[in-house]
Design a protein around this ligand. Structure first.
Ligand SMILES: Cc1ncc(COP(=O)(O)O)c(C=O)c1O
Length: 349
């Protein structure tokens, strides 16, 4: 089968570009002295995680326990779960993982610690905990360096837990000020700050400026890139490794084409601030203005597309797209297209 025979919609990954994206970033981390801890939420694929580790990653990041379980089954031995973990059954799963792999979690509240501690006591190894700091995103995280130091001390005093350092996402202006003050206050309590972890593809190429304070960096989207990371100038369209292949299934009006890739293929994630749902490489002037579940509405402008024509769409947000497909179709110079499972697809719990 050629890539052109694969039924649409399909999530197609250019392996040569993927490899180049992984390699360049690892090289950057090696040069600036950062531990690369890629976030596998983007691809949810064991084979890609293994390749990231082979190239030199110091471990992986997962957002959810379900992803971490799949990656542990796939041979990953050092996993950061960048989430607050709570609830009896999740804590039991956390404990089972902790008996198998080196495990770090995040926490932003002392209320989480009794649960984490009870899960960790008696395990094969201590549970490492990073203090999640809100340095500007306004999502999770303690909001002051003082609160970070207080939580670090409470973690360190809890049975079964080790405070491994500080964590933030992404790395907005002001991050160094916040984290360096937090690190100073943690050290003033006689505790070590072994890890300072930041992340995010949009600012990845400026991550050298965070050294020496920041010790590790987590990137996810960098593997595939998408319209958002291209708009952020972390990549160009030539770096985009994942596209959704779609077919023009209708030309109901002179200025309109309909593709077979709706929100169940492209996701309705907003992209860079233009209200569009993807970019069609074969018709750069055409605009995907609306999605239903299985239909994309394309305003053609001066572009022409014919019924039956296949197109490649650069999605707004690659990480959500990969989770919509059972498998990724991998293509590359001199190789037959092949289906590879999205191993942790749907493992969001
Ligand atoms: C905690 C955390 N770390 C790292 C990342 C990676 O971000 P990106 O995909 O921009 O590299 C994310 C993305 O959502 C995140 O939530």
């Amino acid at each position: 089968v050629s890539a052109l025979q694969i039924e649409t919609p399909a999530a197609v990954v250019d392996l040569d570009r993927l490899e180049r994206n992984l390699f360049r970033w690892q090289e950057h981390c090696d040069r600036v002295g950062l531990v690369n801890r890629p976030h596998i939420k983007t691809h949810r694929s064991v084979a890609i995680a293994r390749r990231q580790l082979e190239l030199g990653a110091g471990g992986i990041t997962c957002q959810k326990l379900g992803e971490a379980e799949v990656m542990a089954d796939g041979g990953c031995t050092d996993i950061l779960v960048s989430f607050n973990i709570l609830g009896e059954s999740k804590l039991a799963r956390l404990r089972a993982l902790l008996d198998r792999v080196d495990l770090t979690v995040c926490a932003d509240d002392a209320v989480l610690l009794p649960g984490l501690s009870s899960a960790a006591v008696g395990a094969a190894r201590p549970l490492r905990v990073l203090v999640d700091c809100d340095t500007g995103l306004g999502r999770t995280g303690v909001r002051t360096p003082e609160a970070a130091a207080e939580l670090a001390a409470t973690i360190d005093a809890a049975d079964g837990l080790v405070c491994a350092g500080l964590f933030t996402y992404p790395a907005p202006p002001g991050v160094v000020e916040f984290l360096s003050e937090a690190a100073r206050l943690v050290r003033a309590r006689g505790l070590a700050v072994e890890v300072v972890s930041a992340g995010g593809t949009p600012a990845m190429w400026s991550s050298g400026k965070l050294r020496p304070l920041v010790t590790e960096y987590r990137v996810g989207t960098y593997a595939f890139h998408d319209r958002a990371t291209v708009a952020a100038e972390a990549a160009t369209l030539d770096d985009v490794a994942l596209t959704v292949h779609a077919t023009v299934v209708s030309r109901p009006a002179p200025d309109r084409a309909i593709l077979d890739s709706g929100s169940k293929a492209l996701t309705s994630d907003p992209g860079p601030d233009d209200g569009l749902f993807g970019a069609i490489l074969e018709a750069p002037g055409a605009r995907i203005v609306k999605l239903n579940e299985e239909h994309a509405y394309v305003e053609l402008g001066a572009e022409q597309l014919e019924v039956g024509q296949r197109v490649r769409v650069v999605p707004n947000h690659a990480c959500v797209v990969a989770n919509l497909f059972d498998d990724l179709v991998v293509v590359g110079e001199g190789r037959e297209p092949e289906r590879r499972p999205v191993d942790a697809r749907g493992r969001s719990a």
